[in-house]
Write a protein that binds this ligand. Structure first.
Ligand SMILES: Cc1cc2nc3c(=O)[nH]c(=O)nc-3n(C[C@H](O)[C@H](O)[C@H](O)COP(=O)(O)OP(=O)(O)OC[C@H]3O[C@@H](n4cnc5c(N)ncnc54)[C@H](O)[C@@H]3O)c2cc1C
Length: 326
């Protein structure tokens, strides 16, 4: 009985969380001493499946059908149900993406099982699995155990596992063609929704400079924008900045904004309220700049600069430009 990672792709390109999902599957499979496997759903995805086959797994299932070319919850659920009948995994892992939120509860219910969603850690135990979830905006952690027979369904929070941790290897690719009835697909996909032409997906950014109320007024934003430019970073913000309309809502990080896990997160004038921390604490390296030495952000930060952002940030941007020779 394997651990099956369902790898997400969009228009033939991997979703960033694809490798995070496989890294989690490899880890749990290793602890249980069972094989890891992966599945990718779509139509004509041989290049992607080939790429996945260079990672350590027993089998990459290329679930292929013309009716999977565009995502619909009915087709994805039906296809995965058939694959699960064939593969009989012990555990099925998903990334906690919008698409997975849409179809995974339906799939789990169709299989008569529960889905434990937005999980931040998994612990394999001899007689089962513990999935760790955050409660009350990250104030509590709950250990969830599965009592039903397999398969167990889990979706993983962005950044809970590191994509770089995926082990390389040589997997076999198997094509699985589900039987799909066009009449059973009740939705017709439209072009993907994008909020504005400038819509940003912070969850894929490698470097983020995030600004909080310490910036004082909208007119001071160029100070942090300049640092973001020097670093080649995306600009993000805490909620008050977006509530004030100083930056668009799509740039808000936190429990009611985006969850991000960049390589570097620079928090400028952000206190570190729990609602902000839950959205960024999966970042690989956190640098906090704050004039208050007791600001909670310093507890989450790997590096801290205690000081006035209006002095620190321009100096940092100038140093970075010097180092880059720009
Ligand atoms: C249901 C709910 C959902 C929420 N969702 C979110 C969310 O998704 N994201 C989010 O961010 N918040 C969210 N919040 C709000 C959250 O509780 C905090 O109020 C918010 O994160 C605080 O933003 P801040 O750190 O920018 O501001 P403050 O808490 O006001 O912090 C400003 C910081 O700037 C520092 N500072 C001031 N001047 C300077 C200076 N010159 N130089 C350096 N440092 C300076 C101060 O020391 C302080 O630490 C939510 C709240 C609720 C109730």
């Amino acid at each position: 009985m394997s651990v099956l990672a369902v790898l997400e792709q969009q228009d033939g390109a991997w979703h960033r969380q694809a490798w995070e999902t496989l890294a989690a599957a490899q880890q749990v499979a290793g602890e249980w001493g069972v094989p890891a496997a992966a599945a990718v759903l779509g139509h004509g995805l041989s290049a992607l499946a080939g790429e996945a086959a260079t990672r350590q797994a027993e089998t990459i299932w290329r679930v292929d059908h013309a009716l999977l070319a565009d995502y619909t919850p009915d087709a994805f659920t039906a296809a995965l149900r058939q694959l699960l009948d064939r593969v009989q995994p012990r555990l099925v892992l998903f990334p906690h993406t919008y698409q997975v939120r849409d179809f995974a509860p339906k799939l789990a219910a169709a299989c008569g099982r529960a889905l434990v969603s937005d999980v931040v850690a998994l612990r394999a135990e001899a007689n089962g699995l513990v999935a760790v979830r955050q409660l009350f905006q990250g104030k509590l952690y709950a250990d969830v155990r599965f009592t039903a027979p397999p398969p167990a369904f889990v979706s993983l929070q962005a950044g809970a596992y590191r994509a770089e941790a995926v082990a390389s290897g040589a997997a076999a690719v198997e094509v699985f063609t589900p039987e799909l009835d066009p009449a059973a697909i009740r939705t017709r996909p439209e072009p993907r929704f994008r909020e504005t032409a400038r819509a940003v997906d912070l969850s894929t950014a490698e470097i983020i400079v995030s600004v909080g109320r310490g910036i004082k007024e909208a007119g001071n934003l160029p100070v942090v924008e300049d640092l973001a430019k020097a670093l080649g970073a995306e600009l993000a913000a805490s909620r008050p900045i977006c509530d004030n309309g100083w930056l668009p809502m799509e740039r808000q990080v936190g429990s009611s904004g985006q969850t991000v896990a960049p390589k570097l997160y620079v928090a400028v004038g952000i206190s570190g309220a729990i609602q902000h921390l839950v959205g960024m604490k999966g970042s690989k390296c956190i640098l906090a700049i704050n004039k208050d030495p007791d600001a909670p952000i310093f507890e989450a930060a790997h590096y801290g600069i205690e000081g006035d952002l209006f002095q620190v940030v321009p100096a940092l941007a100038a140093e970075i430009r010097k180092l880059k020779g720009a």
